[in-house]
Design a protein around this ligand. Structure first.
Ligand SMILES: Cc1cc2nc3c(=O)[nH]c(=O)nc-3n(C[C@H](O)[C@H](O)[C@H](O)COP(=O)(O)OP(=O)(O)OC[C@H]3O[C@@H](n4cnc5c(N)ncnc54)[C@H](O)[C@@H]3O)c2cc1C
Ligand code: HEM
Length: 415
C-alpha cells in the first residue's frame, strides 16, 4: 500500500508532476492512503485478530520476552529506552492492540501510526530500527501463539507490520523536514506556588511553536529518556518562554525532580507540542472550562489566548477541589477575572462546607447550566474529567463539543 500527503481540508486528487516536484509539505499535512481500502484482506485481518485473541491472555509475559530478545539481538537499540521498562511494556502492547482494532479502518490507522511515528522522533528512533523491532515482535507472537501460529498468520503479520512501519517512518521523515525532534530549553525560574507544586519556566534555545491548550513532553537531565507530559500555563509569549505548573506526585520520578531540584540554568528537552485542546480561530462560541489541580495550566493558557484575541468569547471557569486549601490557582484566576469582564470564575469544593462553593463539580455544573451551546474544555484528574463529561453529555452537550487531553499516552488516545 502506498501513501500520499494532503493538506487538511483539501480534496484528495492524484499528485500532478508539478506537485511531485514541489517543496516538502509542512508538518501539519496529513498522510493518507492513496487508495482508501484496508491494507489487508478480510482473511488476513481475521488471521491477525484470531492470533491476538490467543496471545492476549499471555500479553505481559510476551512483552517481557519481546524486550529481552530485542535487547539481546540488537543491543544498539537499548540506549534508546529508559533504564526501567515497566511502563513502556504495557504501552507497546496497547499500541499493538489499537493497531489491530484499526486494521480495517485505513484512515484512522494512518492517523494513529502517523502520530506515533512523529512522536517516536524524540526517542531517537530511526528507519533502520524498524526491521529489528518487527523481527522480534513476530518471534514473540510465534512463541506465545504456540501451535496456533501458521505460515499464513506470519505472512499477515509481516504485511501488517510493514504497513505500520511505513506510515510511522514516512510521518517521522516528513516531520523532520520542518522541525527538530527535540528542543533544548533552559530553566529560567522555579517558583513554589502551592503544596508540592512549582511553576517552572523554561526558555527554548530555538523557536518553539505551540498553541495555547496543547501539552509538551519533557525530559529532564536527571532522568534521561523518561519523558512526561506537562501543559504550558501560558499562551505563546513574545520572549518564547513557557511556564509549567508541576505537582510533585508521591514517588514521582520526573515531577519530583522538576518541583524540588530544577534550578535556573538547568537544561531540559521538549518534544513537539501535542493535543487538540485548542481554540478554533473561526469559532466564537462561549466557553465552559472546568479545571482541577494543575489541570488548570492549559485552561489558564486558553484564557490568556482569549484575551490575546480580544475577549470574543464569554468564558465560564469552574475550579474543582476536595477542600478549600486544595483549590489551586483560584487567586490568580480571580485576578484575571477582575481584568477581563468576559471571564467568570467559580469554585466547587466537594468535601468541606464553604458557603457559595459547596458541592462536587458535576453538581455545580448542573446547577449553573445548561451548557449545550458552549464549547467545553476539561482538564484535571481523570475521575473529575470523566464525571464532568458524563454530567455534560447527560444534560445535552454534544460529545464533539467536549475537549480534554488524553488520560495516558498521547499516541494511544489519537485516532
Ligand atoms: C496530557 C497530559 C498533560 C499533563 N499535564 C500535567 C501538568 O501540566 N502538570 C503536572 O503536574 N502533571 C501533568 N501531567 C502528569 C505528568 O505527565 C506525569 O504523569 C506526572 O508528573 C507524574 O510523573 P512522574 O515521573 O513524577 O511519576 P512516575 O515516576 O511516572 O510515577 C510514580 C508514581 O506516581 C503515580 N502517578 C503518576 N502520575 C500521577 C498523577 N498525575 N497523579 C497521581 N499519581 C501519579 C504512578 O502511578 C506511580 O505510582 C500530565 C499528563 C498528561 C497525560
Ligand atoms: C510498530 C512499531 C512500533 C509501535 C507500535 C510502537 C509503540 C510505542 C508506544 C505506544 C510507545 C509509548 C509512547 C509514549 O510514551 O508516548 C513507544 C515508546 C517507545 N518506542 Fe516504540 N513503537 C514501535 C516501534 C519502535 C521502534 C522501531 C523503536 C526503536 C528501537 C521504538 C522505540 C521506542 C522507545 C525508545 C520508546 C520510549 C520508551 C519509554 O519512554 O518508556 N519503537 N513505542
Amino acid at each position: 500500500m502506498r501513501f500520499r500527503i494532503r493538506r487538511p481540508g483539501s480534496t484528495p486528487v492524484p499528485p500532478s508532476p508539478e506537485e511531485q516536484e514541489q517543496a516538502p509539505a509542512p508538518a501539519e499535512y496529513l498522510l493518507e492512503p492513496e487508495v482508501a481500502e484496508p491494507p489487508l484482506s478480510p482473511h488476513e485481518i481475521a488471521l491477525i485478530r484470531a492470533s491476538v485473541s490467543v496471545v492476549e491472555p499471555l500479553a505481559a509475559d510476551m512483552t517481557v520476552y519481546f524486550y529481552a530478545i530485542l535487547f539481546a539481538r540488537y543491543p544498539e537499540v537499548r540506549p534508546l529506552f529508559p533504564p526501567g521498562m515497566d511502563a513502556q511494556r504495557g504501552r507497546l502492547l496497547r499500541a499493538l492492540l489499537r493497531i489491530v482494532d484499526l486494521v480495517d479502518d485505513p484512515e484512522s490507522l494512518v492517523r494513529f501510526c502517523g502520530h506515533l511515528g512523529r512522536d517516536h522522533r524524540k526517542f531517537g528512533t530511526l528507519r533502520d530500527h524498524f526491521p529489528a523491532v518487527g523481527e522480534c515482535l513476530l518471534a514473540s507472537l510465534a512463541r506465545y501463539a504456540g501451535p496456533a501460529w501458521t505460515q499464513d498468520i506470519a505472512d499477515a503479520w509481516t504485511k501488517a507490520y510493514g504497513v505500520v512501519a511505513d506510515v510511522m517512518i514516512g510521518a517521522a521523515e516528513e516531520d523532520a523536514r520542518t522541525r527538530p525532534a527535540v528542543w533544548p530549553a533552559t530553566v529560567v525560574h522555579r517558583v513554589p506556588c502551592g503544596p508540592g507544586i512549582a511553576e517552572v519556566t523554561v526558555r527554548p534555545h530555538t523557536p518553539y511553536e505551540y498553541a495555547a491548550g496543547q501539552y509538551v513532553s519533557v525530559e529532564t537531565p536527571w532522568h534521561p529518556r523518561q519523558w512526561r507530559s506537562y501543559s504550558p500555563a501560558n499562551a505563546p509569549r513574545e520572549d518564547g518562554t513557557l511556564t509549567f505548573h508541576v505537582r510533585a506526585v508521591p514517588g514521582g520520578t520526573v515531577s519530583t525532580a522538576l518541583v524540588h531540584r530544577a534550578v535556573p540554568g538547568d537544561v531540559v528537552h521538549l518534544g513537539a507540542p501535542m493535543g487538540d485542546m485548542v481554540l478554533d480561530a473561526a469559532v466564537h462560541n462561549d466557553l465552559l472550562c472546568v479545571a482541577g489541580g494543575t489541570g488548570l495550566a492549559p485552561i489558564r493558557a486558553l484564557v490568556e489566548e482569549v484575551a490575546r484575541r480580544g475577549g470574543r468569547h464569554q468564558v465560564n471557569l469552574f475550579l474543582g477541589a476536595r477542600t478549600g486549601a486544595e483549590l489551586y490557582g483560584v487567586d490568580d484566576m480571580l485576578r484575571m477575572a477582575q481584568r477581563h469582564h468576559w471571564l467568570t470564575v467559580r469554585g466547587a469544593v466537594s468535601d468541606e462546607y464553604i458557603p457559595g462553593i459547596r458541592g462536587s463539580l458535576p453538581q455545580v455544573l448542573a446547577e449553573y447550566g445548561p451548557w449545550y451551546q458552549h464549547d467545553v474544555f476539561l482538564s484535571g484528574p481523570v475521575p473529575m474529567v470523566t464525571s464532568a463529561r458524563q454530567t455534560l453529555t447527560l444534560t445535552g452537550t454534544s460529545p464533539d463539543r467536549i475537549h480534554h487531553d488524553p488520560f495516558d499516552v498521547s499516541a494511544l488516545a489519537t485516532t
